[in-house]
Structure formats: structure tokens, C-alpha cells
Design a protein around this ligand. Structure first.
Ligand SMILES: C[S@@+](CC[C@H](N)C(=O)[O-])C[C@H]1O[C@@H](n2cnc3c(N)ncnc32)[C@H](O)[C@@H]1O
Length: 119
């Protein structure tokens, strides 16, 4: 589990989260920082739209490629990730700082679950 998301486990133990969160669905595609209800929502989505979850994963790979291009080819060194969701695999700062550790990223999200995440 990403250390920044350790508080999620505490919530799971106390069953505070009963509905899937858009912020956690991306991680539920293969990460470890999500709730059973999020994984069930991913499974239900796959049942309703077979192949749709693969497209969501592709979307995440696209995000990585765009960040690599902006840092590597365009020289961008400051990012605002609006609608970031919770930390997952290959977050914008991880991709960008793998090319230049001086890159700075500000994450924004209007989901209260994300707002409760430790900063
Ligand atoms: C499906 S997640 C995408 C997460 C990540 N950006 C990705 O591409 O994997 C969409 C996120 O956008 C956030 N969001 C939706 N509307 C927003 C708004 N008006 N302002 C900020 N965040 C918003 C949601 O809370 C959610 O965390």
C-alpha cells in the first residue's frame, strides 16, 4: 500500500465507506489502495461494458505518456493535476520527477475522500 493511503485501511476496518468513490476506482483497476466496494464497481462496469476497464487502464497509460512528453520534449516543470483522485500507481509527480526531480506538481480534487487524504 502507498504509505500516503494508509488511512484508507483504517476506514475499511470501521466500515465507514459504503459506496464506490470515483477517486478510488482508478486504483481499483489493479492497485492496492481501494475498498471492496470499489473493486465490485469495477467488476460491475466490466460486466456492463466488456473491455471498458482496459480502456480506463489505457487512459492512465496515456496520462503517463503525456507527462513524459511535456517534461521531456516541451520543458514543462510545473503541473496542476485537476481531478487527480487519490495517489495510485505512476502518479504525475512520479512520472515527471523520474525525468527531472525539480518538477513540481499540485494536486486538486473536489472529492471529500481525497480531501481527507494526508498531504
Ligand atoms: C476517474 S478519477 C480520475 C483520476 C486521475 N486523474 C486519472 O486519470 O487516473 C476523476 C477524479 O476527478 C475528480 N473531479 C471530478 N470533478 C471535479 C472538479 N470539478 N474539480 C476537481 N476534481 C474533480 C473526482 O473526484 C475524481 O477523483
Amino acid at each position: 500500500m502507498n504509505p500516503a493511503n494508509a488511512w484508507l485501511l483504517r476506514n475499511e476496518e470501521t466500515a465507514l465507506v459504503a459506496e464506490p468513490s470515483p477517486s478510488l476506482l482508478v486504483d481499483a483497476l489493479g492497485g492496492t489502495d481501494n475498498y471492496p466496494v470499489d473493486r465490485q464497481a469495477v467488476d460491475a462496469g466490466e460486466d456492463r461494458a466488456p473491455g471498458g476497464m482496459a480502456e480506463l487502464r489505457s487512459n492512465r497509460r496515456f496520462l503517463e505518456r503525456v507527462v513524459r512528453y511535456l517534461v521531456g520534449e516541451c520543458g514543462i516543470r510545473q503541473f496542476i493535476d485537476n481531478g487527480s483522485g487519490l495517489p495510485t500507481q505512476q502518479n504525475v509527480h512520479q512520472v515527471a520527477q523520474s525525468l527531472d526531480p525539480a518538477v513540481r506538481v499540485v494536486y486538486i480534487d473536489n472529492d471529500p475522500v481525497v480531501a481527507r487524504s494526508p498531504r
